[in-house]
Design a protein around this ligand. Structure first.
Ligand code: GH3
Ligand code: MG
Ligand code: MG
Ligand code: MG
Length: 318
């Protein structure tokens, strides 16, 4: 296949092999009322290793999309009974505004306006029927790679560079919605802020790199213990947590266990020296009737954190 295209190179072949391997975990949705067209598009996609599901029109396409979260690529026709390609596209972009989807519109219409409308309504690309298999495959590959890059950049923007934990932006954006959902469902949850004790002293005595090493080691412990929960590096040496399913007592138990674990560890510095480090944690008390926004719960947790520092540090305070 590669040799036939007369642009054989090891780099190109390697890239294509890698692409084919990655395509295995991607499902493509083919929406077309013509069975001949569906079969052709499906066979092209299978040659590229995609999993494929088919739909006869937009309405069926929406059902497939709802039930299969592995769908990342949609090839949709324009003219279809019941729900045409435009209506389908508008529904998809409206319902799944956060879901990463590459959408390619198809139409045999000679009308050039169809391609414009497809793009305006949210398609990433457009192909006029009939098309060559090679053009189809190239466009699919380009769109999938653009989508993957977009997802990777989006993911990077939620991470803290030093520790690899989620960052404050992610914590607030997702946390606001999480708190509202938990409150609506009447489920218990706890909001907490954790802060390293006398961290400035570590920087002053051992240097900034030593401080960074402490942050990274602590982030590793946080990851191990709280990976199931909503957690982020909230500020310099401060970490924020939302613990869904845990009321104040249960959260206190877990956070105090973590406090005691940290106090028992040796933190390794870049010069192989080691030190002890402790953390203090403030917990916003949970009550089912408290419908405060995340912002207020963090202020409550911060107040408790202040009390933990006043109380002598290496403490969890509710
Ligand atoms: P307390 O026990 O009251 O929390 O005292 P503290 O010294 O930990 O608190 P303070 O807020 O005075 O100092 C926090 C320090 O954290 C100051 C800042 O320079 C340092 N810091 C913030 N971000 C980083 C970072 O990414 N790396 C390092 N090494 N230090 C950082
Ligand atoms: Mg049609
Ligand atoms: Mg501190
Ligand atoms: Mg602090």
């Amino acid at each position: 296949y590669v040799i036939k295209e007369n642009r054989f190179s090891y780099q190109y072949a390697a890239r294509m092999l890698n692409r084919l391997e990655r395509n295995r975990s991607i499902t493509a949705l083919v929406v077309d009322d013509s069975s001949t067209m569906r079969q052709a598009v499906t066979s092209y996609l299978r040659l590229q290793n995609f999993q494929v599901v088919e739909a006869h029109n937009g309405a069926e396409g929406l059902e497939k999309l709802e039930s299969d979260i592995s769908i990342k690529l949609i090839i949709t026709d324009y003219h279809m009974p019941e729900m045409n390609g435009f209506a389908f596209l508008q529904q998809v972009r409206h319902r799944y505004d956060k879901r990463p989807l590459a959408i390619i519109g198809l139409s045999s219409q000679e009308d050039a306006d169809i391609s414009v409308q497809f793009i305006k309504k949210g398609a990433n690309d457009f192909l006029q029927k009939p098309f060559q298999q090679e053009e189809f495959s190239c466009r699919v590959t380009n769109n999938i790679e653009a989508l993957e890059q977009f997802v990777a950049v989006q993911e990077q923007a939620t991470l803290d560079y030093l520790t690899g934990l989620r960052n404050r932006r992610y914590f607030i954006e997702e946390g606001d919605a999480l708190v509202k959902r938990l409150q609506a469902e009447g489920k218990p949850f706890t909001v907490a802020l954790m802060d390293i004790d006398s961290f400035k002293g570590i920087n002053d005595e051992y240097g900034h790199d030593a401080g960074d090493a402490v942050l990274k080691q602590l982030a590793g412990y946080l990851q191990q213990t709280f990976f199931r929960f909503h957690m982020a590096r909230y500020g310099g040496e401060e970490f924020a947590l939302i613990l869904p399913g845990l009321d104040t007592d249960k959260a206190y138990g877990l956070l105090d266990q973590f406090r005691s674990y940290v106090a028992d560890q040796l933190f390794i510095l870049p010069d192989d020296d080691y030190i002890r480090v402790t953390v203090s944690t403030g917990v916003a008390p949970f009550s089912p009737s408290n419908k405060s926004m995340l912002h207020q719960l963090l202020l409550d947790a911060d107040e408790a954190l202040y009390a933990a520092k006043e109380g002598g540090r290496n403490l969890v305070v509710v």
